[in-house]
Design a binder for this molecule. Structure first.
Ligand code: CTP
Ligand code: MG
Length: 420
C-alpha cells in the first residue's frame, strides 16, 4: 500500500526542536548543532521532505532563536515555524495549536533524532492510514533491563524485578496519532501538576492513559536520539556510510592516512577604549555592557568577535579581516561583531570546512565579564553555528590592558576539511 495524495493532504508532522541541548554541551540549541556541515534541524527536515507523507510540516523552535528560524525558513520543506515552551510537552502543544483544521493524522518527531530514515515516517503514516490511532517505531532492547526502587536508606537503589527482555522495546520517534484523539489527550494533560506532567515521557503514554491501543512498527538504528557528544560522533559515522556510490573499501581510510586532519588558526585584535569625551556603547563578545565606555574603531569595536573571525580565516587559510571586511566592503562598516562572525563562519564553510570550535580570551581591566560569560558563549556560538567559548583575564595592572586604555583579544579556531 502506498500513500495517496488524499492521505498526504490530511497528515501533518510536528518536529520539536525547542530544547536547549544541555547534555550535548555546545552552549547552543541542540537543533542548531552542526553534523557534517548541516544543523540537526536541517537533517531532520531532510528526512521528512524525502518521506513525502505530510502536507503540513511544523517546526517548533526555541523562542526568539533567529539562526534556527532562518535555517528552517530556508529549508525546502517550508515548515510553519512556531515557538516552543519550557518542556517537550509544552513544545508539542505549541505545534498542535498550529495544525490546520481538518488534520486527521499527526506525527510528532524529535529533531534530536536527526537521521531518522524516510521509511520510518512512511511506515508510521501507513499504519495510521490503515486505521491505527497511535503508532510508535520500536527496536528490540539488547540490554537486560532491571526495575529498581530506593528504600530511603541512602544506599544505591536495589533491584525489584526483571521484565522479560522479549517483551521490552526501545521507543523512537516519529510517533503517529489520530489527530483529534491526541488533541483530546493533550487538553486533558494541560491541567496536570508539573510532577504529573513530568512522569509522561512520550506522547504515546498519553494515549495509553486514554485507553487507546498503541501499535508498533520497526524503528531504525539511524534514528538514534542524539543526546551526548558520543552520539554525535556515531551519527557522523552513520552519515558517512550513507553517502551513495561508496564501497565499504572506499570508506576505509587509506593506509597511513589519518581520517581527519584538523587545522588550527590564530587571531589577535587590539582596541583602544574610546576617549571619554566621546561616549560610545561598549560591545564585547556579542554583548552590550551598559556600565562601560566603548572601544574605538570604525565598527562596534568588538575585539572578541573580531579575533574569532581572524582565527577562523587563519585556520581555513582564506585571508583575514581586511581581506573580507576591509574598506572596500562598506556594507560591513559599523557591523555588529556577531554579524561579522556569522559571515566569517559562512565563508569558512563555503571554502569547504566545518568548524570544530573557537576559543577566545581577552585581556582587559573592564568589562566585568564572569557573570555574562555563558551568555557570551551562547550568542557567539549561535552566530558561528559552532561552539565558541570566551574567557577573560587581567594583566595585573601592567600595560594598556592594566590601565584600562585598551584591551586585547586572542583567539584560536579549529576547522576540518569536508573535502577528503
Ligand atoms: N524539546 C523541545 N522543547 C523543550 C525540550 C525539548 O522541543 N522544551 C525537543 C528537543 O529539541 C528534542 C526533543 O524534544 O528534539 C527531545 O529532547 P532532548 O533530546 O531532551 O533535547 P534537549 O532538551 O534539547 O536536550 P537536553 O535535555 O540535553 O537539554
Ligand atoms: Mg531535554
Amino acid at each position: 500500500m502506498s500513500l495517496s495524495d488524499q492521505n498526504i493532504e490530511h497528515t501533518a508532522i510536528i518536529v520539536v526542536a525547542a530544547g536547549s541541548g544541555t547534555r550535548l554541551g555546545y552552549g547552543i540549541p541542540k537543533a542548531l548543532v552542526p553534523l557534517a556541515g548541516r544543523s540537526l534541524l536541517e537533517h531532520a527536515l531532510d528526512g521528512i521532505l524525502q518521506a513525502n507523507c505530510a502536507a503540513q510540516i511544523i517546526a517548533v523552535l526555541p523562542a526568539g532563536d533567529a539562526p534556527l528560524a532562518a535555517l528552517a525558513g530556508n529549508h525546502p520543506s517550508r515548515p510553519t515555524c512556531v515557538e516552543g515552551g519550557a518542556t517537550r510537552s509544552d513544545s508539542v502543544r505549541s505545534g498542535l495549536a498550529a495544525l490546520k483544521p481538518g488534520t486527521e493524522r499527526v506525527l510528532i518527531h524529535d529533531a534530536a533524532r536527526a537521521l531518522t530514515p524516510p521509511e520510518v515516517f512512511r511506515e508510521v503514516t501507513l499504519a495510521l492510514v490503515r486505521g491505527a490511532h497511535a503508532v510508535i517505531p520500536v527496536l528490540p532492547v539488547v540490554d537486560t533491563i532491571k526495575q529498581v526502587a530506593n528504600d530511603g536508606s541512602g544506599t544505591s537503589p536495589h533491584v525489584t524485578g526483571t521484565p522479560a527482555r522479549e517483551s521490552l522495546r526501545a521507543v523512537q520517534t516519529p510517533q503517529g496519532f489520530h489527530a483529534p484523539t491526541l488533541l483530546e489527550a493533550h487538553e486533558r494533560a494541560a491541567g496536570w501538576t508539573p510532577a504529573e506532567a513530568a512522569a509522561i515521557t512520550d506522547d504515546a503514554m498519553l494515549m495509553e492513559m486514554l485507553g487507546e491501543r498503541v501499535d508498533t512498527v520497526p524503528g531504525a538504528a539511524a534514528a538514534l536520539k542524539i543526546t551526548t557528544k558520543p552520539d554525535l560522533t556515531l551519527a557522523s559515522s552513520m552519515l558517512q556510510e550513507r553517502k551513495p556510490g561508496k564501497s565499504a573499501d572506499e570508506l576505509q581510510p587509506a593506509r597511513d592516512t589519518p581520517l581527519l586532519i584538523p587545522r588550527t588558526g590564530i587571531g589577535i585584535d587590539v582596541h583602544a577604549v574610546a576617549d571619554s569625551a566621546e561616549p560610545r556603547p561598549m560591545w564585547l563578545a556579542g554583548l552590550h555592557f551598559p556600565e562601560d565606555q566603548g572601544l574605538s574603531g570604525h565598527s562596534d569595536g568588538d575585539a572578541v568577535a573580531h579575533a574569532a573571525c581572524d582565527a577562523l580565516f587563519s585556520a581555513a587559510g582564506i585571508g583575514d579581516l581586511g581581506t573580507h571586511f576591509g574598506t572596500d566592503r562598506p556594507e560591513y562598516a559599523g557591523a555588529a561583531g556577531t554579524t561579522l562572525l556569522a559571515e566569517a563562519a559562512r565563508l569558512v564553510r563555503e571554502a569547504g570546512f566545518e568548524i570544530g570550535n573557537v576559543a577566545v580570551q581577552f585581556v582587559g581591566r573592564r568589562p566585568k565579564f564572569s557573570a555574562r560569560r555563558l551568555e557570551a558563549d551562547a550568542v557567539l556560538s549561535a552566530a558561528a553555528g559552532a561552539p565558541v567559548t570566551v574567557t577573560a583575564t587581567t594583566s595585573d595592572g601592567l600595560g594598556y590592558e592594566g590601565t584600562g586604555e585598551g584591551l586585547t583579544a586572542y583567539a584560536t579556531a579549529l576547522v576540518y576539511s569536508l573535502r577528503r
